[in-house]
Design a protein around this ligand. Structure first.
Ligand code: C2E
Ligand code: CA
Ligand code: CA
Ligand code: CA
Length: 279
């Protein structure tokens, strides 16, 4: 809120009022969209940098809205986290992605795709989260080692005993864990050692900087080296240009995702890629 000269909060701030009303409206509409089964899942492909082989997809939730158009997850995920709606949304995306992943596995058994699903800290804090994952795998038939749960560093820094217990159960099932947006949070080596992590997803902001002249001398290089040292896969996010792709190859990054390869799209678009890859 705005502050007056004397340090007291202003009594009335119209911009705050409108954003609060806007927020409440969005929350009500989100509740209705969930109840009416209007949310969808799109998928963005991931590739092996060296060979160009399709290796996986990331599931990304979509909210098609009659008046607002496609509402961005960046806008409604925070609201969902604050209101608890994230549990329903997360469960929906997880199940949808597992069932879809198993369908692709049947369509093209020779192309086993990793299915990345974003997990919010609120979900991970729930004691029954590992059971939810286990049920989604059992009911869909997707092999556990094809599921990758993506979580940010801050989620892992909420280092509670229950978070650790949940991660251990997931690990025991064979599910893999990726650190999302790696490098943007409070990166510390200690938690990478402490937690059973398999993959580092290098944030797009670092990949963006690879466009410049001193591309080799970059943070990406340090992250890729860290990945090698800890024997973790590294996925570069948000590759838009061929020059970034070349730089990442030189740096030894293992996998890649971005508009340069393909935008997120409905499951059908990935089915075509899967069929092509198996031909
Ligand atoms: P994220 O997990 O980092 O997902 C990557 C975002 O980058 C996606 O945005 C994707 O569309 C976008 N992206 C991919 N390649 C490129 C590129 O080359 N250039 C640019 N400019 N962008 C690219 P999206 O789908 O809008 O999702 C935004 C964020 O919302 C995600 O960031 C994630 O944090 C969150 N989110 C999305 N779906 C879910 C979900 O099912 N559950 C949870 N908890 N969060 C989700
Ligand atoms: Ca992600
Ligand atoms: Ca990310
Ligand atoms: Ca993000």
């Amino acid at each position: 809120a705005k502050e007056r000269q004397d340090g007291e909060p202003a009594l009335y701030d119209p911009s705050m009022h409108s954003s609060l009303v806007e927020r409440l409206a969005l929350e009500a509409e989100l509740r209705k969209a969930i109840a009416d089964h209007h949310l969808q899942v799109h998928y963005q492909p991931t590739y092996v940098l060296e060979t160009g082989d399709l290796v996986g997809v990331e599931a990304l939730v979509r909210w098609p809205h009659a008046e607002r158009g496609m509402v961005r997850p960046d806008l409604f995920i925070p609201i969902a986290e604050q209101t608890g709606l994230i549990h329903e949304i997360g469960r929906f995306v997880l199940r949808e992605a597992c069932f879809q992943g198993n369908e692709w596995a049947r369509l093209a058994p020779s192309v086993p795709l990793s299915i990345g699903v974003n997990v919010s800290g609120k979900q991970l804090q729930r004691r029954d989260f590992a059971d939810e994952v286990s049920e989604a795998l059992a009911e869909s038939g997707l092999p556990a080692d094809q599921l990758v749960l993506e979580m940010t560093e801050s989620v892992l820094m909420n280092d509670t005993d229950s978070t650790m217990a949940t991660l251990k159960s997931l690990k025991a099932m064979g599910v893999r864990v990726a650190i999302d947006d790696f490098g943007t949070g409070y990166s510390s080596l200690s938690y990478l050692h402490r937690f059973p992590v398999d993959i580092l997803k290098i944030d797009r902001s670092f990949v963006d900087r690879l466009s410049g002249v001193d591309a080799e001398d970059s943070l990406v290089q340090s992250i890729v080296q860290l990945g090698h040292t800890l024997q973790l896969e590294t996925i570069a996010e948000g590759i838009e240009e061929h020059s970034q792709l070349q730089a990442l190859r030189r740096l030894g990054c293992t996998m890649a995702q971005g508009y340069h390869f393909g935008r997120p799209g409905p499951a059908d678009t990935v089915s075509k890629l899967v069929v092509e890859a198996s031909a």
